[in-house]
Design a protein around this ligand. Structure first.
Ligand SMILES: Cc1ncc(COP(=O)(O)O)c(C=O)c1O
Length: 413
């Protein structure tokens, strides 16, 4: 997405300098062309049944783009459901999952007639039964199963082991079958799973597919007509040299081996794979300092803007625009937040940098802006979408005064 023309960085055919003139750092920037390519490639390999995982990047413009590209939406909260409906997704192309949906959330989803509600606990199935009965509706549901598979990823983004909080244990299938067969109000039409994010090992997919096929057959053999099998997201993205190679063709091969002869309608719900590489976080150097022999560059983006490095030691490649000096200096790149974990990289070699210089934090299109916060009472980052030689501000942050005004000081103070 990034190219240099006479030392000027371009995103598609738009000069970053033009954007910097109208938008103050830090901000996220996304390439529409890159998203188009990633989505079309994924559809080409895995078919049209792709539900974009809204949690990875939920900007309304990105959702509209995904919808235009023919994807459905996979949402994990009432807020994401409202976002997806507002962006124009057909309710019949929205799947609602999440481990903690409230009664009000479920009622809202029932009222909107979405494609299906994926239940994540036996209690939730019972609650849905009660709500559907009250509303005198027959509703479509799915169950998210926990296949007890270790995706061999960062512990904090693993979701498919039986001790993780997600999904319903495969051992409970008989109990679910019984519930559904005795339910006048629920139609169980789908089973799903999602074993975590950044899954690169093809054996993890192979084992998951095998468990899901076995589970689907078990339902069908017991007389519960499962139509859809949703195999989750989690496709691996390369953040640095040396990361494992991952190809969705390999996933497709395992899929065909396992499900090739079956009649199930297969779907996936990727997030990161579709947007991570399309985005960059643009930040500028506020100040420089040396502590204990370390050359710190303190930048205006921090863990409040992109939390992945602080939260799970995630690596993001950083590139400097100022490449003037030939000799490289070892820098630590840190944010302005009052937390020791607010460091993007501890030892990166760059040409000598000056205050005001711009750094590009790459592969930040997924789990970036969506996880940003106002910590330390700082503004959220803006977002920009580039489409060839035009760009648009697609998120403009509220002023700090607005946040302050949201607090209410009681009369006795
Ligand atoms: C239920 C569910 N589906 C899909 C995804 C998308 O995962 P990824 O962005 O790794 O593709 C997630 C994220 O963890 C998720 O929780």
């Amino acid at each position: 997405m990034l190219k240099f023309v006479k030392n000027t960085p371009f995103i598609e055919d738009t000069s970053l300098n033009d954007i910097l003139r109208v938008c103050k750092t830090p901000f996220y920037i996304y390439s529409q062309e890159m998203i188009n390519q990633k989505v079309n490639y994924t559809k080409k390999i895995l078919g049209n049944n792709i539900f974009f995982s809204v949690k990875s990047n939920s900007n309304q413009a990105v959702l509209k783009l995904m919808q235009n590209l023919g994807l459905g939406a996979d949402v994990v909260s009432i807020g994401e459901l409202k976002r997806s409906l507002t962006a124009g997704f057909d309710p019949n192309k929205i799947i609602f999952e999440g481990v903690g949906k409230s009664k009000d959330d479920l009622l809202y989803a029932i009222q909107k007639n979405i494609r299906l509600i994926n239940t994540e606990s036996l209690e939730e199935i019972k609650l849905l039964e009660k709500l559907a009965k009250e509303k005198k509706k027959k509703i479509n549901i799915g169950v998210r199963l926990n296949p007890n598979i270790d995706g061999d990823t960062i512990n904090k983004i693993s979701t498919g082991k039986k001790t993780d909080k997600f999904g319903i244990e495969i051992n409970d299938i008989n109990y679910i079958i019984n519930l559904i067969k005795n339910s006048p109000s629920l139609n169980l039409i789908s089973i799903s799973c999602h074993i975590g994010s950044q899954i690169s090992k093809i054996d993890a997919y192979k084992n998951t597919f095998a468990e899901m096929k076995k589970a689907a057959d078990k339902f069908v053999n017991a007389g519960v007509e499962i139509k859809h099998v949703d195999l989750g997201g989690g496709f691996h993205v390369k953040y640095k040299e040396g990361d494992p190679n991952f190809e969705i063709q390999d996933v497709k091969r395992e899929l065909d081996i396992c499900f090739g002869k079956s009649k199930y309608d297969i779907s996936f719900e990727p997030g990161r794979y579709l947007t991570a590489e399309s985005g960059m976080l643009i930040t500028s150097i506020i100040t420089k300092k040396q502590n204990g022999g370390i050359n710190y560059l303190i930048v205006d983006a921090g863990m409040h803007t992109l939390i992945r490095p602080a939260m799970y030691n995630a690596y993001h490649e950083i590139e400097a625009i100022n490449n003037k000096s030939k000799n490289k200096i070892s820098y630590a790149i840190a944010g302005p937040i009052c937390e020791s974990s607010d460091v993007f990289q501890k030892d990166i070699k760059l040409s000598e940098q000056s205050i005001g210089d711009i750094l590009l934090i790459k592969n930040a299109g997924a789990y970036g802006k969506v996880m940003s916060s106002n910590y330390n009472t700082r503004e959220l980052p803006a977002e920009i979408l580039v489409n060839k030689d035009v760009f648009a501000v697609i998120y403009s942050p509220q002023k700090i005064e607005k946040y302050i005004d949201e607090d209410i000081t009681p009369s006795w103070l």
